[in-house]
Design a protein around this ligand. Structure first.
Ligand code: APR
Ligand code: PHB
Length: 393
């Protein structure tokens, strides 16, 4: 097989890249390890920055998003004993956030791919990259028991944190920046009406978060110790703990119901640099991970893909490789902005079991400062809304 861009991974990054490239008459093949059902079964964050919504609309992917996405004017922070604060992105940045689940985006991307008869190979095993240093790279894999080879001009590594593309770059050529957090999140999806705002709660028992997927589908999270086990968290214990962490007048409005999904996530910040080696370009979770606080992960996958697709278009349409050469530095500006924002929100809102009394007191006064300083609120609102996309020429 031969194509122009071989895309490894059919998550949001890989599928969006193939869609945008198609709209620029650039051919691609997506090689995905799992089946579609598996890809669609992963429940992830669902808060879209204005620039993410813009990219999806610009590429004809906004029909269901416009209908089912829920606009939010910002996020609410609640601090046990100190009241709450609405971080108003609309007031401070003129922009709204939108709640729309990553699963829905993935469905929209598969539907668009089917409509154009896209080349998407699922259940590909033993994916390997070859010749990324030279002018004729290729990808080999096994599909339906047959060995396959895909020749291409470029390879896009969109295969998530546990993929193979990042490790195709010689270790001596890269630097990894990592931070692990000393707690986990237990997430529950339940068919019950959500609270009105995305609400982040700081409580001595641990952090809690209320979010939603629709008017009838709620998503809640609890901070747990790193060694928590799902079997120790039957539904009753989850709802009871959640209500204890919310102030009582809010807890009354939490509607409990049977969990349809329950998952544990560890929290990590991770960035690899550079994002390019020869003809391989990394995008999305293959290149960076943020803790879920602030829901920045999908937004970064979208901005990476936006920049990479524009750069590939400049290459094919005009023989101009300057944007490809600048892809990493351009994408990393937004990446590190979100890495800093998500780390700030994570350390602000969680209980670190090893924190000193000094650190806890300083944390309380950080929130006090946010409550009283409009300048601090404006800064946080702008961070939450995300950096605007740089239009490449
Ligand atoms: N070969 C081919 N595909 C692979 C391989 C491999 N060796 N390893 C993993 N994959 C596939 C996975 O099955 C998955 O479908 O790559 C895809 C990567 O998708 P995601 O992990 O969703 O990553 P990405 O597309 O970058 O999207 C980032 O996901 O983790 C969230 O918060 C994050 O919302 C963000 C989004
Ligand atoms: C979610 O809806 O899953 C979500 C919302 C906000 C976050 C993280 C996750 O910060």
């Amino acid at each position: 097989m031969r194509t122009q861009v071989a895309i490894i991974g059919g998550g949001p990054a890989g599928m969006l890249l193939s869609e945008i490239l198609h709209q620029h008459d650039i051919r691609s093949v997506v090689v995905e390890k799992h089946g579609r059902a598996h890809v669609l079964s992963r429940i992830r964050a669902g808060v879209l920055e204005p620039s993410t919504v813009d990219v999806l609309h610009r590429h004809g992917l906004g029909t269901r998003l416009a209908r089912d996405g829920k606009p939010h004017d910002g996020m609410r922070l609640v601090w046990a004993g100190r009241g709450d604060l609405f971080v108003d992105t609309l007031r401070h940045t003129g922009q709204r956030m939108t709640t729309y689940g990553q699963t829905s985006i993935q469905e929209d991307l598969f539907a668009a791919a089917d409509a154009r008869g896209a080349a998407l190979i699922t259940q590909a095993q033993n994916v390997q990259l070859h010749g990324i240093d030279g002018a004729q790279p290729c990808v080999t894999f096994t599909h339906d028991g047959q060995a396959q080879r895909l020749d291409c001009d470029f390879i896009a590594g969109c295969d998530g944190f546990h993929g193979v593309t990042r490790s195709a770059i010689p270790a001596a050529m890269t630097r990894e920046y990592t931070l692990s957090y000393p707690y986990a999140w237990l997430g529950v999806l339940a068919p019950v009406p959500p609270l009105p705002d995305i609400t982040y709660v700081h409580h001595p028992r641990g952090f809690a978060l209320a979010s939603s997927r629709s008017a009838t589908l709620s998503r809640y999270y609890l901070q747990t110790p790193l060694d928590a086990r799902i079997e120790d968290w039957p539904d009753d214990r989850f709802w009871d703990e959640l209500r204890q962490r919310f102030p009582s007048d809010w807890a009354r409005h939490i509607v409990a119901g049977p969990a349809t999904e329950k998952s544990l996530t560890t929290l990590r910040s991770f960035v690899v640099e550079p994002l390019r080696h020869g003809r391989l370009f990394l995008a999305g979770d293959a290149a960076h991970i943020v803790p879920p606080t602030g829901a920045k992960g999908l937004n970064l996958a979208v901005s990476d893909v936006f920049y990479l697709s524009r750069a590939l278009f400049a290459h094919y349409a005009r023989g101009d490789d300057s944007a490809l050469a600048r892809y990493g530095e351009t994408a990393l500006r937004r990446v590190w902005h979100a890495v800093r924002t998500s780390r700030y929100l994570t350390t602000l809102l969680h209980i670190d079991p090893a924190a000193t009394a000094f650190e806890r007191r300083a944390q309380d006064y950080e929130f006090e400062h946010l409550q009283t300083s409009v300048a601090a609120q404006a800064l946080l609102a702008a961070q939450y809304a995300g950096l605007p996309l740089e239009e490449l020429t």
